[in-house]
Write a protein that binds this ligand. Structure first.
Ligand code: SAH
Length: 379
């Protein structure tokens, strides 16, 4: 099959050979063959050596997302890649009611995300190349996963960089507003079309369950969303206060609590920054504080401001803990590395005059290969 050809610089070539899945716009030398954004192209270097096939984007800074060295990226190729991702998870981890099945670049299909909630499959195509072939990808998912419904959840803002419109709709099968899935011993409400991400934060699934071991007395769950942590720890704690700015998320949290017969979780719609200060002012004390904020640093430039934000909430949380209290604190900012995170926690502890003991370090749930989407730590 003849494909448009893109020639890249020596630096672009070295990035690719060194294992990086992307080549940036600055490393393009020339394009030819009536190329358009979303095409699958053949990538060459200045010496006419073929590097492989890639998704091409004319609008994003990420011009090329590498697909394969030699294999022709036809339908059979995408089927093999998805099959490999599904098999890998089946082989390496216990069957879960809900899980991420395809992790984009990590599984060799850039920008293609697939989450499974029971027999409901939710996908995202976050670049032009993946978006162009989404019908074919849905067909493959139907064959391999045998779902009841396939939902397209394409509203992340990164799609704007690719010139793609937001879309959230049923792509195939029965209409689906709500799915109940098991997480550990609890039923969890998933709303694939309106919940955050593709419904729930699957990357915290194992951490929710791990948090139970530390739960006791009075717990504060800051940035609770639908109660991923709050409900798991409620089964062990005396009481849990869940603080969250989204009223809709708290409605779902209460539905989760009711469904599971959990009666010791109080919800409070508030800004966590203000609430931590307010609770401190009232001299309230907690045995455990959980912090799981959204990413404060979405890019490298935002790191300085983000560090201040993370330090501030952690400092305020430490002030609420009694002796022997547990702080379970998370970051999902890719650019906030673990050493930076640990340093800011140490500084916050010093500022509050407390000593911290690091009890456990964890990361996102699931089995990814090369890509680390986020880093998290538990103290
Ligand atoms: N802990 C949750 C996921 C939290 S995601 C779980 O494991 O399921 C971060 C949450 O913080 C989102 O639900 C978002 O609505 C909320 N949020 C963002 N900024 C906030 C703020 N300043 N105060 C309170 N909640 C906030």
């Amino acid at each position: 099959m003849s494909r448009p050809i893109v020639v890249v610089t020596e630096r672009g070539y070295r990035r690719f050979v060194g294992g990086h899945p992307w080549i940036y716009r600055g490393d393009l030398v020339s394009t030819e063959g009536g190329i358009s954004s979303g095409d699958i192209v053949l990538v060459r270097d200045g010496r006419a050596r073929n590097l492989g096939f890639a998704f091409f984007s004319s609008s994003s800074l990420i011009a090329l997302r590498m697909l394969s060295r030699e294999e022709e990226p036809d339908e059979a190729f995408f089927k093999r890649r998805i099959e490999r991702a599904v098999d890998l998870r089946r082989r390496l981890r216990a069957e879960r009611a809900m899980e991420r099945v395809v992790y984009g670049e990590s599984d060799g299909i850039p920008s293609f995300i697939v989450d499974r909630y029971g027999d409901v499959v939710v996908f995202q195509t976050l670049c032009g190349g993946a978006d162009r072939i989404k019908e074919m990808l849905v067909g493959i998912l139907r064959d391999l996963l045998n779902p009841r419904s396939v939902v397209e959840r394409n509203d992340p803002s990164v799609r704007k960089l690719e010139g793609l419109e937001p879309v959230s709709k049923l792509a195939w099968g029965e209409p689906v507003d709500e799915v109940w899935c098991r997480e550990g011993e609890l039923d969890v409400l998933v709303r694939p079309l309106v919940g955050q991400k593709t419904g729930v934060f699957l990357d915290q699934q194992e951490n929710h369950e791990a948090a139970r071991a530390y739960a006791r007395g009075r717990v504060l769950d800051g940035f609770s969303y639908q109660g991923g942590f709050a409900l798991q720890v409620a089964t062990r704690a005396e009481s849990v206060l869940a603080v969250e700015s989204s009223a809709d998320a708290l409605t779902a949290l209460r539905a989760n609590a009711a469904r599971n017969g959990v009666t010791n979780v109080e919800t409070r719609e508030a800004n966590v920054f203000d609430q931590l200060t307010e609770l401190s002012r009232r001299h309230e004390r907690f045995d455990m504080v959980i912090l799981d904020p959204p990413a404060f640093a979405k890019n490298k430039e935002a790191i300085a401001g983000a560090l201040r934000g993370y330090k501030e909430i952690n400092l305020r949380a430490m002030n609420l803990l009694g002796p022997g209290g547990i702080l379970l604190t998370c970051s999902c900012s890719y650019h906030l590395t673990e050493p930076l995170f640990v340093d800011l926690l140490r500084e916050a502890a010093a500022d509050t005059g407390r000593s911290l003991q690091l009890l456990e370090r964890r990361t996102q749930s699931g089995i990814t290969r090369s890509c680390w989407r986020c880093r998290r730590a538990t103290i």
